[in-house]
Design a protein around this ligand. Structure first.
Ligand code: NAD
Length: 437
């Protein structure tokens, strides 16, 4: 099949590349000229494990093309995916301008039956708005399908190639059949392709992300209570995770959720509820708990140094909002760094993939280092923000010799308390006993 993908970011590029891998001829369209130029030259502008190999193969074999020109990019495609940004407006609602604007442009361009598939995360009712924008500009037959994307950055290729489920929101039989055919190579093991109405599909995406954010936040509150009552949240996690009704995943306590999706999607669903005059109490609590949780360790760092961080050097391990990505959108690292800088601290930070993106921000009082040990030279404390595997078994002896103080604030509970005791670190983590030598 010949298909097009409008928007070539984390979702669009993975979508386009993976559909090329299953034998389709894909043209990806983006307004960012530099991005398209770099993609045409064989350079993948984001870090996503496994993407480069598929990208190179499909580009070499002529199944994956890139353009800035929408008209050229959709030529001959019956199916056009939208993978456009839906950032938060100031009031928390999703900004639909990118999606609606491109829908109008498509309306003016299509002349025969077309399926416009929305992969962006959009509020309930958007399929109808997209439909209206297209139909204002065309006499051609078309269907608009809601096909929310569930991939996770860091494992996006795997998630796309082996989805737990595919959700297709459409009441049009013809569109449903074509979408099923397109996805059939990805669900050969029998994972479901769920056909439902458009509104339910749109809601499914927000419900999934809000539920996951709630699960994380619930564990963070359990952790906070564990600290007060002298329990260990990691024990509690194992204790409840073995219950099949609860499940083992998404139970790790830490310094809050971040990234380009959870914060904005939870906010947008709460706003949708507001507009429908429904008080979604849990979501409002999730948002306010997460705001505090994100900078929870800052209070502890300040307390440790008697509220005076002026001139203190804090090493920060991890800048990406989670491991295996270079994405720093809404990353807890940035909120923490900002707080520390406001208190007069100097930051020496390292991340295996996101360092370059943070360097580009040119943050004052922040030095981005070449490796994790360089950050520790003469550091007054280490703050761990992202659970990259490389941070899990560091050379503790070397760390001790580099640091001014043997002091670790761990926002991801990477180390056993006994190990910290053995190496003589002062160690403060989330929902567990503090270790002081
Ligand atoms: P992104 O910012 O990485 O990519 C969006 C791309 O669209 C950019 O390359 C931008 O230049 C391009 N663009 C903007 N306006 C355009 C236009 N008029 N024409 C063509 N291209 C245009 O965004 P993303 O992370 O890929 O997210 C896209 C959507 O998918 C969002 O709604 C997001 O909520 C949703 N989503 C994201 C993820 C994720 O993990 N990133 C997962 C599931 C769903």
């Amino acid at each position: 099949m010949k298909i097009s993908v409008v928007g070539t970011g984390y979702v669009g590029l993975v979508t386009g590349t993976c559909f090329a891998e299953t034998g389709n001829y894909v043209t990806c369209i983006d307004i960012d000229k530099e991005k398209v130029e770099s993609l045409r030259n064989g350079i993948v502008p984001i870090y996503e494990p496994g993407l480069d190999v598929l990208f190179q193969r499909n580009q070499r074999e002529g199944r994956l093309k890139f353009t800035n020109d929408l008209a050229e990019g959709i030529k001959g495609s019956m199916v056009i995916f939208l993978a456009l940004p839906t950032p938060p407006n100031e009031d928390g609602s999703a900004d639909l301008n990118y999606v609606i604007d491109v829908a109008g442009q498509l309306g003016a361009l299509i002349s025969e039956y077309t399926i416009i598939v929305n992969k962006s995360t959009v509020p309930v009712g958007t399929t109808e708005l997209v439909s209206d924008s297209v139909s204002e500009k065309t006499q051609a037959e078309f269907d608009v399908v809601s096909n929310p994307e569930f991939l996770r950055e860091g494992v996006a290729v795997d998630d796309f190639m082996k989805p737990d489920r595919v959700v297709i929101g459409t009441s049009a039989k013809r569109a449903a059949a074509i979408m099923k055919e397109l996805y059939s190579p990805l669900v050969r093991q029998g994972n479901p392709v769920l056909i439902m109405d458009e509104r339910s599909a749109e809601m499914t995406k927000y419900a999934a992300n809000s539920f996951l954010a709630t699960k994380i936040t619930f564990m963070n509150e359990i952790a906070n209570l564990c600290e007060i009552l002298g329990a260990d949240v990691d024990m509690v996690r194992k204790g409840i995770g073995t219950d099949n009704r609860i499940g083992k995943r998404f139970l790790f306590a830490g310094i809050g959720y971040g990234g380009s999706c959870f914060p904005k999607d939870v906010q947008a669903l709460a706003k949708t509820a507001d507009e429908a005059n429904y008080n979604f109490k849990i979501l409002n609590a999730v948002m306010s708990v997460n705001e505090i949780q994100k900078i929870k360790l800052i209070q502890k760092i300040k307390a440790y140094f008697n509220q005076d961080l002026k001139g203190k050097t804090i090493a920060v391990w991890g800048l990406a909002f989670k491991p295996y990505t270079d994405d720093i959108r809404e990353a807890p690292s940035l909120a923490n760094i900002q707080e520390l800088v406001n208190e007069g601290a100097l930051i020496k930070a390292y991340d295996p993939e996101a360092a370059e993106n943070v360097t580009k921000l040119s943050l004052p009082q922040v030095l981005v280092c070449e490796d994790e040990y360089e950050t520790l030279r003469d550091a007054d404390a280490l703050l761990i923000v992202t659970e990259w595997p490389v941070f899990r078994t560091p050379e503790f002896g070397r760390m001790k010799s580099l640091m001014k103080n043997r002091l670790i604030f761990d926002g991801r509970n990477l180390y056993e308390l006994d190990t910290m005791r053995k190496y003589g670190f002062n160690y403060i983590s989330i929902g567990r006993k503090e270790i002081h030598d």
